[in-house]
Design a protein. Structure first.
Length: 59
């Protein structure tokens, strides 16, 4: 699940860049929201799995 979430983060980052190149502000907003949300998912998954150096995501 962590690998899938990290792949999706990359996909949304790429989509953001594509939208920026095309001047699609609404697409950029959607991509940014999903990118940030998935960053939180990745952080939580790493924390749950006990990865070294990952702080508590609730703080």
């Amino acid at each position: 699940m962590l690998v899938i979430a990290e792949e999706r983060v990359d996909e949304w980052q790429d989509w953001f860049e594509t939208c920026r190149e095309e001047g699609d502000r609404e697409g950029m907003k959607e991509a940014a929201r999903n990118y940030k949300a998935l960053q939180g998912v990745v952080k939580c998954l790493k924390w749950v799995l006990g990865e070294e150096g990952v702080p508590n995501p609730l703080e």
